[in-house]
Design a binder for this molecule. Sequence first.
Ligand code: ADP
Ligand code: ADP
Length: 230
Amino acid sequence: MSMIEFHNVEKYYGKFHALKNINLNVDAGETVVLIGPSGSGKSTLIRTINGLDPIQSGKLIVNNYDLSDKKTNINKLRRDVGMVFQHFNLYQNKTVLENIMLAPRIVLKRPEDENHELAMQLLNKVGLANKADSMPSQLSGGQKQRIAIARSLAMQPKCLLFDEPTSALDPEMIDDVLDVMKDIAKNSNMTMLVVTHEMGFARAVADRVIFMADGQILEDDSTEKFFGDQ
Ligand code: ADP
Ligand code: ADP
């Protein structure tokens, strides 16, 4: 079953042609890594998937929502398709626990006790249960990113998009974040699309590697083929 389908998608920023004739299919449950030089359109591509960046032509279907149709309810789509950013985007004036509980409470109306239990489970999963009552400003970059991932998981999305989740981190913090992502990739049915320069991560957990340059997909290979392992 397809989670994401691009058919001849074109995206412009004004006159700048950012995505050129993108054709791509990602099945539910797949983990796909997107690589390529800076400015090649990787971030733009994943931002179109949850409607952060509109497309100009072609067809884009995500979780059965047609993003080429302006009438599509993007907020509903975003319940199922989460995004983890390079710069975390945590709510600075709320505790770690509140960061995780807020969207499920408001958007999903999840009962408070259930919501609390799930949030604590997720904090355990990312190894930060002892930070529940901390403020984001008290955390390291790596801890912030693990909280941002837990916050996305709290919505129990079908698909999670990662936009260079470790690029803003000090080197010694990168592995903790990658380990959380590897655990999700291996032990959940979630679809994951990850823009990253971490080739070890790609080799360890990706089903496919996509290489972009100049707004185009130049390669779309199985991980084995991409790394020459077969
Ligand atoms: P990558 O993620 O591969 O580094 P991006 O998708 O961020 O690439 O950017 C692709 C190109 O689109 C770059 O040349 C960038 O400057 C341009 N771009 C990105 N966002 C915008 C925007 N909001 N307005 C204009 N140009 C943009
Ligand atoms: P990142 O750190 O994710 O690579 P960028 O510096 O490429 O971020 O972009 C940060 C923000 O500025 C994004 O929202 C992007 O869409 C926007 N942006 C990037 N390039 C341009 C551009 N040439 N013109 C206008 N906005 C841009």
